[in-house]
Design a binder for this molecule. Structure first.
Ligand code: ADP
Length: 458
């Protein structure tokens, strides 16, 4: 096992990794930007090292700064958390070249799964049903037009290097396609430094269902069930739950089984998540794999009792998987609410500022993963996630009731949060009946959704 791990991230995930390190007897060293000097992770760390200014391009995304910080502090591994450098195969390779371990898939595995279009083809060959789409990347506009005709409109243009729901565009006819391709290309170049695009058939009124897998270096793999992430705004997840209300137990088991088989056959390693869209008939279509720990991993931890971050570190250290599929037991129902610094009344505009009071909720089956404390200054430079409220119950309705009580206890004063949205959601008919689809909120409009909700003002 490692002696010292550099945590190259911030916010709640830095704390989450720090806790896993402590549990395993590993010394956590926290890398922080100047804007995060007073963070909770820095306060709790055995050691902390500044890696640059607030601008993440020069701190959390700077391979040179992170690597020198790891070397100077005598770390033997780097945990990238999620976002930032977590799926960067070049960074993973540089880490290895410095004699350190990247906690995630090995560089050649990251490289194999780096292109979303390529991954869809690769896992399709290994038995996964995939969303119909272009054969590889689009060479030019004419290729795009021909592929769109073949797939059939509406189509979704996607940046191959994309993430976080950004840079996608829905196109309903050939008339719109050319202009949309030009816009997407320049947006992708600006956002990801890579303008390659591909096409997928747009699947209407689907649910987002993803399968959590664990695969060790020796080709042993298990799944830890699925999560449903259909409550989204502009393709970004807001609420995740498990098990999904969209599938029968038989379909659920079948999906998880083919997912784990396909990734093992394709040579995947470490923790990973395979994302699918599920239509009204319960048919699932693979869209992408995330080669890292995800924001919503606690949902699975609540159901399985497995500490996914500890497993991730153990696998990266070369230890064999500690579980067979028969050992993985999933119990009850869990829901995660992402608590964001957002003004729901003004188009969910991100907020920054000082937290004057913070009181986390508690009680049976309630977990709050957050880096907040009273007096904490939420910086304007990073994403708006303030924390995650995760609840567990023996069944879905108990979990929802616990979520309502917990949300009522949660106090975050000093800046606006999306708690009013969650209050509305936990009383919404479609959500209560488990009928939420990924496009529902955007179709209704977030403002109209809030105005119509009986619980929003309570
Ligand atoms: P990102 O990596 O940017 O998050 P994903 O491919 O994971 O992009 O897609 C994010 C969300 O966008 C999905 O959860 C779903 O709501 C929507 N989406 C993606 N692909 C399709 C598709 N082919 N048809 C309909 N919706 C889609």
């Amino acid at each position: 096992m490692f002696g010292r791990i550099l945590i190259a991230n911030r916010g709640e995930i830095a704390l989450r990794v720090l806790r896993a390190c402590r549990r395993m007897g590993v010394t956590p060293v926290v890398a922080y930007s100047e804007a995060d000097r007073d963070s909770r992770a820095v306060r709790l760390a055995d050691e902390a090292i500044c890696v640059g200014p607030a601008d993440s391009a020069r701190s959390y995304l700077s391979a040179a700064s992170i690597l020198s910080a790891a070397v100077v502090t005598g770390c033997d591994a780097i945990h990238p958390g999620y976002g930032f450098l977590s799926e960067d195969d070049t960074f993973a390779e540089m880490t290895r070249a410095h004699g350190l371990t990247f906690i995630g898939p090995p560089p050649e595995v990251l490289e194999r799964f780096a292109s979303k279009a390529g991954t869809r083809q690769l896992l399709g060959r290994h038995g996964l049903p995939t969303v119909p789409g272009s054969h590889g990347m689009l060479r030019d506009d004419d290729h795009g037009l021909a592929e769109a005709e073949r797939i059939g409109y509406p189509v979704l243009i996607k940046p191959s290097a994309g993430g976080g729901g950004r840079g996608m565009r829905l196109v309903r006819s050939s008339r719109e396609l050319q202009q949309a391709l030009t816009i997407c290309r320049s947006e992708a170049r600006a956002a990801f430094g890579d303008d390659s695009l591909y096409l997928e058939k747009w699947l209407d009124e689907t649910r987002h269902v993803e399968v959590q897998v664990l695969v060790d270096r020796y080709g042993n793999g298990v799944h830890v069930g699925e999560r449903d992430c259909s409550v989204q705004r502009r393709h970004q997840k807001i609420v995740e739950e498990a098990p999904t209300p969209a599938l029968t137990d038989a379909r659920r088991a079948e999906l998880a089984d083919i997912a784990v088989r396909a990734v093992v056959a394709a040579g995947y390693e470490n923790v990973g998540t395979l994302e699918f869209l599920v239509d009204g008939q319960g048919d699932a279509y693979f869209i992408e794999i995330n080669c890292r720990i995800q924001v919503e991993h606690p949902v699975t931890e609540m159901l399985s009792g497995i500490d996914l971050v500890t497993e991730q570190i153990r696998i990266a250290a070369g230890e064999p998987l500690g579980h067979t599929q028969a050992d993985v037991r999933l119990r009850g129902h869990a829901i995660e609410l992402r608590i964001n610094a957002e003004d729901v009344e003004h188009d969910f505009r991100p907020q920054a500022g000082r937290v004057s009071e913070y009181l986390p909720p508690g009680g049976p089956g309630v977990r709050m993963d957050s880096h907040l404390f009273a007096g904490y200054e939420v910086p304007p430079y990073y994403d708006s996630l303030l924390g995650k409220l995760i609840v567990w119950g023996p069944d879905r309705m108990t979990a929802i009731e616990r979520a309502r009580v917990a949300l009522g206890e949660l106090v975050i004063d000093g800046l606006k949060t999306n708690v009013p949205f969650h209050r509305a959601l936990l009383h919404d008919g479609a959500f209560l009946e488990g009928r939420f689809t990924t496009d529902l909120l955007d179709r209704v409009g977030s403002a109209a959704f809030l105005a119509a909700a009986p619980g929003a003002r309570s």
